[in-house]
Structure formats: structure tokens, C-alpha cells
Design a protein around this ligand. Structure first.
Ligand SMILES: *Cc1c(COP(=O)(O)O)cnc(C)c1O
Length: 392
């Protein structure tokens, strides 16, 4: 079947009716192992001479269906599924580096990715540098003979700063260095880094791809050659694979991704305008705000601005916390991309591990809050925000 539009592929890609006995919903192949007809069949599967399943840590039909679907959604050749976003990040980074190598990173990465980079440096002497990625010459100047990966997030959590993905990919190509993008915040519906010249895309599927707050999972997409190599090394041997049931839940969630994202984006746009006008709000950080410094870049590389809004309230840490405690509908929780609107306080939650000095440099102060706008009626989300803001 030739490639269809995104909204169609998220529903159909990877569905092979004959293997499913016509079942509309894909079967959950809840099995650890697969039976070989003969000893010779087993031998030839292990030798890679015959296609077929062997053992679910290596491959499983329900998980494979999800891998086929995400590859299509990200315009890549091959997808891999992992037990968490961090299992994906660690398998990719460990797979692309060895002792003595250097990773060039965008400034501000997900907290546990930050922790992993530190661990890799301390234990395996794989060094890293953080870079604003805003200036071509400066990026070139920061690439060393040992740089084997450029790793970026865009938008960056929680300041929503963007990296010009196409620019970074173009520079990296000159040096033959692969670019890995954590695309969790945008989902492939809003942004497709492989189409912009990058090499690997990673998702915490826990977030928008799942959309319902009931799975921890990770996905990665890249070329056949690279992904097959990683599948046979850091995925198989470190072993952070996804369970068939989680793959099934993700296949189900992904079907509605475009519809949900449209609603997340629409709600976020509306609420960003209202927040911006409220006297208790100092600033908002939202790529869809026409006054956002990188508004044009957002329009260039993203289909829409996304469902996350960060904002600073007037006051101190105590004011931020009492504002959160006044909320009634909105839930205080980390994570994002769920049907429920969630709020978190980066300085004491997701970025508490970052030293205060670096935190301030990144623009994360005690007044900063991050909202993951849900699918509720925007009027109800606003009523809740407004009554709590009025109490500040
Ligand atoms: C949540 C998240 C991760 C980690 O994913 P898990 O599924 O929690 O392991 C990585 N990157 C970003 C941007 C995230 O938001």
C-alpha cells in the first residue's frame, strides 16, 4: 500500500488483516516466546536466514505493528519501541558513542537525559557540552574531532526555546555527525525532524502519543541500517523493551493523535491570550504568541505551536505554590500531553536537580509554572486559572 496522509496512516499503517483473522482491533500477542516447527527452523531464524519471531525481547508482532506505524508517522525507515522514553534515549546515546567521544547538546534537556549524560561522562568518559544552538559559527566552533552525536530538544522544557532543526542538521551533515532529536513536546503531527534532515527521532510515547496518561513508553525512528544495528545491540542487550499490552494501548492512543493535538493547540492558543492579559501574570512563554522571540521559527518548523504554556506569575515561590493549591480542576502533576490539564512547578519539581545557578541561567525561576493544556472545554480551564490567579 502506498503512503497515505498522516491522519490516515495513524489509523491504518501496520495493520495486516490476514495476520489478525480480520480482527479490527489488533491482537495483543501476550507471549514471551515463539514455537519453531522444527529444530532447523529455529536455527535458520537465529542465523537470520528466515524471517519470523523468536522471543519477545527481540521482536513481537503487536510491538512490531507500533514500530511500523511510528516509522511512517516520522517519515523514517524503521521504528523501535522501548519500555520508556529514557530507555530509548539511553539505547540511542550508548549505541552512537564509545569512550572518548563527545556529545553536543542543546541547552536544557529533559532532566533524566541530563542525568544520563552526567553518568556517561563520569563512568565512561563520554563528554558533553550544552550549546544554545542559535548561531551557526558558534555551533561549528563547538564541534570537536571527537563529536559523534548532536542531541537536541525543541521546544526546550520548560522555557519553550526553539532550536532551528534544519540549520543544525545542515551543519552536522558537513561534518558527518548524526543529529538526534527528542521530539516529545511536538509529536510527529506538529514537527518531523527527519524531514528536516536529522537522523534519529526519539519520543517519550508516555506523553502526546499515548495521550491518556496510562503508559510509560519510548519510541525511536531512523534509517534501516542504524535502527537494525541498535535493535541487535543496545536495544536487545540492555533490554529496555516495550510490552505487547503497552504497544496495544499506544496503537489505540495514536489513532486520535491529530484530533487531540488540534484541540490541545486550539485550547493552548486561546488560554495563552487570556493568561497574557491577566494582571497577576508577568510573562508567558508560548511559541504561538506573536511576541514570542522565535515566533517565526515556530511557524517555519512546526505545524502549530503545541499544547504547553509556561508562564511567570507575579510574586515569589510561596505565591506560585499557593496559586497551584487554589486550582480545582487542573491537576498538580508532572508529565504532559494527557486529556487532563496538568500544572507543575519546574524549580521544585522537574528541574529541582539542576543547580540553582544553572537554573537561573536557563530562565527557570521560582515564579515559573508549566501548564500542559488538556482537552477540556477551554472556558472551564480558564475559569479555574482565573479564580486562582485572582487570589494571588
Ligand atoms: C518525559 C520525557 C522523557 C522521558 O520519557 P519517559 O517515558 O518518562 O521515560 C524524555 N524527554 C522528554 C522531552 C520528556 O518529556
Amino acid at each position: 500500500m502506498d503512503t497515505k496522509r498522516f491522519e490516515t496512516e495513524v489509523i491504518h499503517k501496520g495493520y495486516h488483516a490476514l495476520q489478525h483473522h480480520g480482527s479490527l482491533s489488533p491482537p495483543i500477542f501476550q507471549t514471551s516466546t515463539f514455537v519453531f516447527d522444527t529444530a532447523e527452523t529455529g536455527a535458520s531464524r537465529f542465523a537470520g536466514e528466515q524471517e519470523g519471531y523468536i522471543y519477545s525481547r527481540l521482536s513481537n508482532p503487536t510491538v512490531a505493528m507500533l514500530e511500523e506505524r511510528i516509522a511512517s508517522m516520522e517519515s523514517g525507515e524503521k521504528g523501535l519501541a522501548f519500555g520508556s522514553g529514557m530507555a530509548a534515549v539511553s539505547a540511542i546515546l550508548l549505541g552512537l558513542t564509545k569512550t572518548g567521544d563527545h556529545i553536543l547538546c542543546s541547552e536544557g534537556v529533559y532532566g533524566c537525559t541530563f542525568g544520563l549524560l552526567q553518568l556517561m561522562e563520569e563512568k565512561y568518559h563520554i563528554t558533553h557540552d550544552f550549546h544554545s544552538m542559535s548561531d551557526e559559527d558558534s555551533i561549528r566552533g563547538s564541534i570537536t574531532d571527537h563529536t559523534t552525536v548532536i542531541y537536541i530538544e525543541s521546544p526546550i522544557n520548560p522555557t519553550m526555546k526553539l532550536v532551528d532543526i534544519e540549520m543544525v542538521a545542515r551543519i552536522a551533515k558537513e561534518y558527518g555527525i548524526p543529529v538526534v532529536v527528542d521530539n516529545t513536546f511536538s509529536s510527529p503531527y506538529l514537527q518531523r525532524p527527519l524531514e528536516l534532515g536529522c537522523d534519529v527521532v526519539i519520543h517519550s510515547a508516555t506523553k502526546y502519543l499515548c495521550g491518556h496518561g496510562d503508559v510509560i513508553g519510548g519510541l525511536a525512528v531512523g534509517s534501516n541500517e542504524l535502527m537494525s544495528h541498535l535493535a541487535m545491540t543496545t536495544q536487545k542487550d540492555i533490554g529496555g523493551v516495550m510490552s505487547p499490552f503497552d504497544a496495544w494501548l499506544l496503537l489505540r492512543g495514536i489513532k486520535t493523535l491529530p484530533v487531540r493535538m488540534d484541540r490541545h493547540c486550539e485550547n493552548a492558543k486561546k488560554l495563552s491570550e487570556l493568561l497574557k492579559e491577566h494582571p497577576a501574570v508577568e510573562t508567558i512563554l508560548f511559541p504561538g504568541d506573536p511576541e514570542f522571540p522565535q515566533y517565526e521559527l515556530a511557524n517555519k518548523q512546526m505545524k502549530n505551536a503545541g499544547g504547553l504554556i509556561s508562564f511567570q506569575i507575579k510574586g515569589d515561590k510561596a505565591a506560585a505554590q499557593s496559586f497551584m493549591n487554589s486550582l480545582q480542576l487542573i491537576k498538580i502533576a508532572v508529565s504532559l500531553g494527557d486529556a487532563e490539564t496538568l500544572i507543575q512547578h519546574p524549580a521544585t519539581m522537574t528541574h529541582a536537580v539542576v543547580p540553582e545557578e544553572s537554573r537561573k541561567q536557563m530562565g527557570i525561576n521560582d515564579q515559573l509554572l508549566r501548564l500542559s493544556i488538556g482537552l477540556e472545554a477551554w472556558e472551564d480551564i480558564w475559569s479555574d486559572l482565573e479564580q486562582a490567579l485572582n487570589k494571588i
